[in-house]
Design a protein around this ligand. Structure first.
Ligand SMILES: NC(=O)c1ccc[n+]([C@@H]2O[C@H](COP(=O)([O-])OP(=O)(O)OC[C@H]3O[C@@H](n4cnc5c(N)ncnc54)[C@H](O)[C@@H]3O)[C@@H](O)[C@H]2O)c1
Ligand SMILES: [Zn+2]
Ligand SMILES: [Zn+2]
Length: 346
């Protein structure tokens, strides 16, 4: 079969590889029908995630059809259509028992990281019973790829950790797919204002269409001043960091109001200054998190009932064997006006 293989920093290729086999009775092998590329794959290709071994197939998102299951798999059978969760969970360890699947002692984020991932014609999924979700009949499967990672991430790490509430004020720093997923799912709770901050005008325009009430280009405007003006100098109740650099976490500290919550979603490679001299008396909470994907079933229901339109996040489509061009488009997201890029394997 064909797979997108990591060969070290800045080096990937579309290679011939053996089709994965069942290794444990709890495994399933899936034929990928749709997959996508994540910002995290770009981090890996920059060499930022050194534990990824040369020869690993990248990708941790996708949907497909079960090709084969191990003898211990009871919830899925050959031919079932499934969503692959970016987080693998054994269902038995102390963290799985607390629904903190991201820290599963036998899984967690391993796909396209510690084991071969989904940017391939076939993938082996460990602990299939706990790491896959059935696709309801007549679903838009392409839209369900957004449930592998970005929707649960925006919702769990941004909206739920950020305690978004009816009538509250929310600022989201970063209007990439994750920030936009937080914007879409924040609206379940009807906050009174959702302020979106990004230097990319195209993404801000999309954010407006998706329901942002105020957009701020922080390359051209002063985000702190504008937010103060709109909140009677109180600051926001929730500040969601969806970029992953020191400047954006600092910005969250300047715009958070008394009693508010900063929810960090971005993956940080550098340390950040904590301004306790300003924040010590503000009664704020800072939350961090890796996505657990415990909300995937709930989000699937909101998509099925059309309360949430996940397909809006998809801007480009390529054939799976054209994945190198898809990477080029995704790497030049601003110029290409790209959000999520779907790869089709038929
Ligand atoms: N915590 C988790 O479990 C988890 C899961 C998935 C992704 N992530 C992380 O979430 C972050 C966002 O992911 P994404 O796929 O949307 O990334 P992305 O790179 O597509 O989007 C980031 C956005 O931030 C904007 N930006 C850059 N500098 C900025 C600044 N100074 N101020 C405001 N905006 C700025 C960019 O224009 C871009 O629109 C990444 O760090 C990613 O690794 C975390
Ligand atoms: Zn991802
Ligand atoms: Zn576990």
């Amino acid at each position: 079969m064909k797979a997108l293989v990591y060969h070290g920093a800045n080096n990937k290729s579309w290679d011939e590889k053996p089709k994965p086999q069942i290794q444990q009775p709890t495994d399933a092998v899936i034929k990928i029908t749709r997959t996508t590329i994540c910002g995290t794959d770009l981090h890996i290709l920059k060499g930022d995630v050194p534990e990824v071994k040369v020869g690993t197939t990248l990708g941790h998102e996708g949907v497909g059809i079960i090709e084969e299951v191990g003898t211990a798999v009871t919830s899925f059978k050959k031919g079932d259509r499934v969503i692959i969760s970016c987080i693998t969970s054994c269902g038995k360890c102390v963290y799985c028992k607390r629904s903190m699947f991201s820290h599963c002692e036998n899984g967690g984020w391993i796909l396209g990281h510690l084991v071969d991932g989904t940017q391939a014609e076939y993938v082996r999924i460990p602990f299939a019973d706990n790491s896959l979700h059935h696709i309801p009949a007549e679903s838009d499967e392409e839209a369900l790829v957004m449930l592998s990672d970005i929707l649960p991430t925006g919702f769990e790490c941004g909206v739920l950790n950020g305690k978004v509430a009816p009538g509250s004020t929310v600022a989201i720093v970063g209007a990439g797919p994750i920030g936009l997923a937080a914007l879409l799912t924040a609206q379940f709770y009807t906050p009174s204002e959702i302020i979106m901050i990004d230097p990319d005008d195209n993404r801000l325009e999309i954010a407006k269409q998706f329901g942002a009430t105020i957009i701020i280009n922080n390359n051209k405007e002063n985000a702190v001043d504008i937010i103060n003006k709109h909140t009677n100098n109180r600051g926001v109740d929730t500040a969601i960091e969806a970029v992953g650099i020191p400047a954006t976490f600092e910005l969250c500290q300047y715009i958070i109001g008394p009693g508010g919550t900063i929810a960090n979603v971005g993956v940080h490679g550098k340390s950040v200054t904590l301004h306790l001299e300003n924040l010590w008396a503000k009664n704020i909470t800072i939350k961090t998190g890796l996505v657990d994907t415990f909300t995937t079933p709930l989000l699937l229901k909101t998509i099925k009932s059309k309360k949430l339109d996940a397909s809006k996040l998809i801007t480009h489509r390529f054939k799976l064997n054209d994945i190198l061009n898809a990477y080029d488009t995704f790497e030049n997201a601003e110029k290409e006006k790209a959000l999520k890029v779907i790869l089709i394997n038929e």
